[in-house]
Design a protein around this ligand. Structure first.
Ligand code: DOR
Ligand code: ZN
Length: 368
């Protein structure tokens, strides 16, 4: 990271760094995917695409989905090289996952994603999930053997209190499994508790994590700030302030096990209950793509860590963990405040409300 300008008080106002990657996001499918994918590809060179659309249960299905994303980006003016580089695919782990699926995933450099099955407190597509990690232990053993990464939505479905689902998962499932398969590559996704943070810190170097900007910014209180905030609502829920502080501390100290994954998860603003944000039963998921970089910068700046630690978290750690080359090109940021727009197009007739709609963000990207 190179500082290009400071103001008279010494504050950084412009800097340049290696282009970032984003190791967790949701794009949906068809015209919805076509409407949102460039909001991420504009900033991030590569992105891990989650499979809970459909869901995508085999590497062959993931290849088809990958091509749809590549085609959409090319149609929107990205070069073939940029478009091909962008999506990194994942496969939805299920009880029918076979050794051959895992072998093929390795061949195509794909990861597997574990979602806990949860009909009541679950997230998009989680009806298709797996009751516990132990229900897919054979597949997990093959993943260790083949060196295929297991991405984990770390919540248990068997505890009644939504604020405790992640802590319980770590204690009851994640820790024993990681113990039994010490060479398994695990990514704890979107950390939300101090217990998951501590587990990542305490475990071997093949156990790493992604952190969202919203889990750096918010605690559970933020869901009720001035009234109910449906566009902030996502799973795992933001937890207590101490949990938020533990996540911030682990990231800001510059620990190389943590990298960016914004978990952008668009849902239409309006629509039937269970399928939209503003419905009797509103969906979990925050559309963070347009603001995620600005949010990450703000979090690092607030913590006094807007230096090489920021570039490492955004652009280095994730690639090193996944053993892929670092991006060669750069991105430039300027402190020039902008107001987040209220809605974006989403599919044929819908709109999606971004996180921080109407709020002023301090930083913008100026060279994409
Ligand atoms: O809030 C969430 N929304 N959490 C997830 O894990 C999935 C996501 C989605 O797909 O909407
Ligand atoms: Zn997600």
């Amino acid at each position: 990271m190179e500082i290009l300008e400071r103001d008279s008080t010494g504050r950084i106002t412009k800097f340049i760094m290696r282009r970032p990657d984003n190791w967790h996001g949701h794009f949906r499918r068809d015209t919805r995917m076509e409407a949102v994918v460039m909001h991420s590809a504009y900033y991030y060179a590569r992105m891990t695409v989650m499979p809970n659309t459909g869901p995508i249960r085999t590497p062959a299905e993931a290849l088809i989905y990958r091509q749809e994303i590549v085609d959409a980006l090319i149609a929107q003016g990205f070069s073939r090289e940029q478009a091909e580089r962008f999506p990194r695919m994942t496969v939805y782990l299920h009880q029918g996952t076979t050794e051959e699926d895992i072998r093929l995933a390795k061949e195509h450099d794909m990861d597997f994603k574990f979602y806990p099955k949860n009909d009541k407190l679950g997230t998009t597509g989680s009806q298709a999930g797996v009751p516990t990690l132990f229900h897919v232990e054979r597949a997990v053993a093959y993943m260790e053997q083949y060196g295929v990464r297991l991405l984990v939505h770390g919540e248990t479905a068997t505890h009644p209190d939504v604020l405790d689902l992640e802590r319980r998962f770590v204690e009851e499932q994640m820790a024993p499994l990681a113990d039994k398969y010490p060479n398994l590559h695990v990514v704890g996704e979107h950390l939300s508790t101090m217990e998951f943070v501590q587990f990542i810190l305490d475990t071997s170097s093949n156990v790493t994590a992604t952190v969202t900007p919203q889990h750096l910014w918010y605690s559970v209180n933020s869901l009720f700030e001035g009234g109910l905030r449906p566009h902030r609502y996502c799973l795992p829920l933001y937890k207590h302030r101490e949990d938020q502080e533990a996540i911030i501390a682990a990231v800001m100290i510059g620990n190389k096990k943590f990298c960016a994954g914004d978990d952008t998860a668009p849902h239409p603003k309006d629509g039937p209950t269970g399928q939209a944000k503003l419905a009797d039963c509103g969906c979990a998921g925050a559309f963070v793509a347009p603001v995620s970089l600005a949010m990450y910068i703000a979090a690092f700046e607030k913590a006094g860590a807007l230096d090489q630690r920021f570039e490492d978290f955004m652009s280095v750690n994730g690639a090193v963990i996944r053993n892929v080359p670092l991006n060669e090109d750069t991105i430039t940021f300027e402190r020039r405040p902008w107001v987040v727009q209220n809605e974006y197009h989403f599919g044929d007739n819908d709109v999606v409300v971004p996180l921080c709609a109407g709020e002023t963000m301090e930083w913008r990207v100026t060279n994409c």
